[in-house]
Design a protein around this ligand. Structure first.
Ligand code: CTP
Ligand code: MG
Length: 241
């Protein structure tokens, strides 16, 4: 059931430098082209065209204003996008996005990586439904399917980690806006700057985080090869890019 008093704000973090994807030669990965358009154009469009998106904040790097304007300025609905500058870490960039969103009517937030352009409506709907049901925190994830090994610095396999109950975390991770903002503030005050996602900050702060089914397509473009594969996938697709 839709909670009519609920407004889902969106924070897309796009202030990273993409070092593992070879940004030194090719620039930040979120502005690289797949299917003829920058990665971030695909990502933002997914949220601009989702019927339940409230205010949208995109967190960009100070050096990328022109790149962002060129990539997204002409998208239908772009005029409702708020931009703000990110920080040195993903955690810091999310915090800046949450601050910007706090000036809007958003009651809840979905925090998404710009580097995940293939998030689909089904995942967004599942996450929103869990928020509708009153969950404090929601994490889309997929069960781990590879067999997991723990290795040592000696290059040897030490043991096999049972994979039952293990999930690979995706985004958009979603929360009550004030609860996740307070959790981020606490982490910053205690100089805990080592969290790699928002669900781990929420868990650390004592919020309950519920799992919902993610999607195998909702990959994060991390290394060069991911970008080449994403480009191939879109070029082969019969759907418009
Ligand atoms: N991100 C951000 N601010 C940072 C670091 C990361 O907004 N200081 C964003 C990235 O732009 C990306 C998402 O967080 O959309 C996930 O981070 P990751 O895949 O690690 O991207 P980068 O940090 O850019 O890449 P790398 O770690 O390889 O440098
Ligand atoms: Mg990074």
């Amino acid at each position: 059931m839709d909670d009519r008093t609920m407004t889902i704000g969106i924070v897309i973090v796009a202030a990273g430098r993409g070092e593992r994807a070879g940004s030194l030669e090719d620039g930040p990965k979120q502005y690289r082209r797949i299917g003829g358009r920058p990665v971030i154009t695909h990502t933002l469009e997914r949220f601009l065209t989702w019927s339940r998106s409230g205010p949208i904040v995109v967190v960009i790097h100070r050096d990328d204003e022109a790149l962002f304007a060129e990539a997204c300025g002409k998208l239908p609905g772009a005029e409702r996008v708020i931009t703000t500058f990110g920080g040195e870490t993903r955690q810091r960039s999310v915090y800046e996005g949450l601050r910007a969103l706090s000036g809007t009517d958003a009651t809840h937030v979905m925090i998404h990586d710009a580097a995940r352009p293939f998030v689909d409506r089904d995942v967004l709907d599942r996450v929103a439904q869990a928020l509708d049901e009153g969950q404090e925190g929601v994490l889309p994830a997929i069960p781990v399917t590879d067999t997991l090994k723990r290795g040592g610095s000696d290059g040897l396999v030490h043991d096999t980690v049972p994979r039952a109950g293990l999930y690979a975390a995706q985004t958009p991770q979603s929360f009550h806006l004030s609860a996740i903002r307070i959790a981020h503030e606490k982490a910053a005050a205690l100089r805990r700057e080592d969290f790699t996602d928002d669900a781990s900050i929420a868990e650390w702060a004592g919020l309950t985080v519920t799992l919902v089914e993610g999607s195998v397509d909702n990959i994060k473009l991390t290394v060069k090869r991911d970008i080449a594969m994403a480009d191939e996938k879109l070029s082969q697709s019969t759907l418009p890019a």
